[in-house]
Design a protein around this ligand. Structure first.
Ligand code: 9MR
Length: 322
């Protein structure tokens, strides 16, 4: 594939079991895979028996890893430290669902153990397969239960460690990541909180602990793309590597007109990405969050490149600039 950056797709595990349906489109169009759910903490962490210690099990991610190796493509690792899809028992004194939360030092120890274990597994067993990891996901927010823009609501990382859990996660990731693996902060709605993100990441950046920012890019037709582009440029200007990590573009209802608009929207995004790469900007990956509308987490908004029958939509032609 002639492209200056990775063109990626998120794949749920079951697609590897139905490769005759999904494989042709995936292998023809993409050279980077992200597991949609199988490398998240809840997929990896194994709850111990009473009195025991937790362990890690990577078998849910095996089909993706094996398929990526077979097809000769690379992967993004999503994600290490996130308030969501991480079991509560991991934060409690006796590893029980209802137990009392541990103190800061204990949780820092568990964080280090987890990051070391996951990076050690994926980079130790498969050197060079992964090029980027989302070290921290969705830590900043305003208006939804936050403390100075750091998400507090439902975040047991915040509750146990405090707001510097973000810095500490990058510190551990830097300690255990091979040099080629780029360390990313990943978030949604980045265009509405670009300054906040830059402000909060500045310590980790100053100390050389973070490489890039992943703009998830869950967009909707009608949203201001110029605003999105200017946030992207702001991140690049601040010296971060940039990736779009979870692109999808929702529409309210499906008809010829909205599908065409969606196609144009995808085309503008792709042209922007190509332009960055052609200008030598540090833009390195563009991943769409799923293969077809019927299997998308936003299926009611038909946000992807292929329809339920795996037919190319105008979105596909726009994205591929055809
Ligand atoms: O696409 C994922 C969906 O299958 C899961 O049910 C959901 C659970 O939280 O997570 C989705 O992926 C999310 C990603 O990991 C982080 N950014 C937002 C994505 C969409 O919710």
């Amino acid at each position: 594939m002639e492209n200056k950056y990775y063109l990626g797709v998120a794949l749920p595990a079951y697609m590897f079991g139905r490769w005759e349906t999904f494989g042709p489109v995936v292998t023809e169009n993409f050279n980077s895979y992200t597991c949609e759910n199988e490398m998240k903490p809840e997929a990896i962490l194994v709850k111990p028996e009473a009195g025991g210690e937790p362990s890690m099990d990577f078998k849910r991610s095996m089909p993706a890893v094996q398929r990526a190796i077979e097809e000769g493509v690379k992967m993004r690792l999503h994600t290490l430290v996130w308030h969501s899809q991480t079991p509560r028992w991991f934060f409690t004194k006796d590893y029980s669902d209802e137990g009392e939360l541990v103190d800061r030092e204990t949780m820092l120890g568990r964080m280090e153990w987890y990051i070391k274990g996951v990076l050690g597994h994926f980079c130790g067993e498969y050197p060079g397969l992964f090029y980027a990891v989302d070290v921290v996901n969705e830590a900043f927010d305003v208006g939804d239960g936050d403390e100075n823009g750091v998400r507090k609501k439902n975040s047991l990382w915040y509750e146990t460690i405090g707001p510097d859990f973000i810095y500490m996660a990058f510190k551990y990731a830097r300690m255990y990541a091979p040099e080629y693996l780029k360390l990313f902060y990943n978030d949604y709605s980045c265009m509405y909180k670009d300054d906040l993100i830059l402000q909060h990441l500045s310590d980790a950046k100053r100390d050389g602990l973070i490489d890039g920012i992943g703009m998830q890019s869950h967009l909707s037709v009608g949203e201001d793309l110029d605003k999105f582009f200017s946030a992207a440029r702001k991140f690049l200007d601040a010296g971060y590597e940039l990736q779009m990590t979870e692109l999808d573009v929702g529409i309210k209802e499906v008809n010829d007109e909205t599908l065409a608009k969606q196609g144009e929207y995808y085309r503008r995004l792709r042209e922007f990405a190509d332009g960055l790469a052609e200008n030598g900007e540090n833009f390195t990956s563009l991943t769409v969050w799923g293969v077809n509308d019927a299997t998308s987490w936003r299926r009611r908004e038909s946000p992807l490149l292929f329809d339920a029958e795996m037919k190319e939509k105008p979105a596909y032609r726009g994205f591929m600039r055809k």
